[in-house]
Ligand binder design. Structure first.
Ligand code: 13P
Length: 242
């Protein structure tokens, strides 16, 4: 398992349902890794492209976007943690809001997926976040508490898991909380349970070249989870810095 403490920051590219072989070749040619090797840059392509990315990773780390909560068996279309291990995949996003909202994933299943990943030395990047409605009702903290309490397995620790805070209203919208709000929410997550104190906590939602530095420099932020801007080589190179 990757030693998370070896890194000062994490930049995780979530390509969602985008990219193909040609795109990966161009990306690897055009995006230069930072000279600062305390920055961990993780690319999460579609599952079909994990093998190719893994064989051509050129210094990038590779992560999956999802895994089955089941180890094996009659679950058509699912991808098992053993398949990820076979490809030496180091990270896996779990509980992304698109999975929670579109595919109705619940905290219990997210907990199980994370547990399986940890057992197999793959680091889950466990996503939590509130909707605009939650925010407007002023119940963000209650929602995050609920997600933290139920989606993070007891086997999780700062050494084997990462938490990602992604306000749903900030994903793909160009909107972000203020820097103070981001830091305050990350601080809230850290303090919610003593156990989370030493966790790497990433921020996601409309991270781009023009705000990445200020966000990742916040004292309670250990990196970023990046969607749209991670598909643009030049923009992503600026985000990860040098
Ligand atoms: P955007 O960076 O496109 O807002 O997406 C964020 C995200 O969902 C990363 O997981």
């Amino acid at each position: 398992m990757i030693k998370l403490d070896n890194f000062s920051s994490f930049f995780v590219a979530n390509w969602k349902l985008n990219g193909n072989f040609q795109f990966i070749d161009q990306f690897i040619n055009n995006v230069s890794l930072p000279t600062d090797n305390s920055k961990c840059v993780v690319i999460c392509p579609t599952s079909i492209h994990l093998d190719y990315m893994s064989k051509n990773k050129n210094g990038f780390h590779v992560g999956a976007q999802n895994v089955s909560e089941y180890a094996e068996g009659a679950f058509t279309g699912e991808i098992s943690v053993h398949s990820l291990s076979d490809l030496n995949i180091s990270f896996c996003i779990v509980g992304h809001s698109e999975r929670r909202q579109i595919y109705r994933e619940k905290d219990k299943g997210i907990n199980l997926k994370s547990k399986r990943l940890i057992e197999n030395n793959v680091i889950p990047i466990i996503c939590i976040g509130e909707t605009l409605e939650h925010k407007e009702k002023g119940i963000t903290k209650e929602i995050l508490e609920e997600q933290l309490m139920h989606s993070i397995p007891s086997s999780s620790s700062f050494e084997n898991s990462i938490i990602a805070y992604e306000p749903i209203w900030a994903i793909g919208t160009g909107l972000t909380p203020t820097f103070e709000e981001i830091d305050e929410t990350h601080c809230f997550i850290r303090e919610y349970n003593e156990k989370f104190n030493k966790y790497k906590i990433l921020y996601g939602g409309s991270v781009k070249a023009s705000n990445a530095r200020e966000i990742t420099d916040l004292s309670n932020v250990d990196g970023a989870l990046i969607g749209g801007a991670s598909l643009k080589s030049e923009e992503f190179t600026k985000i990860i810095g040098d």
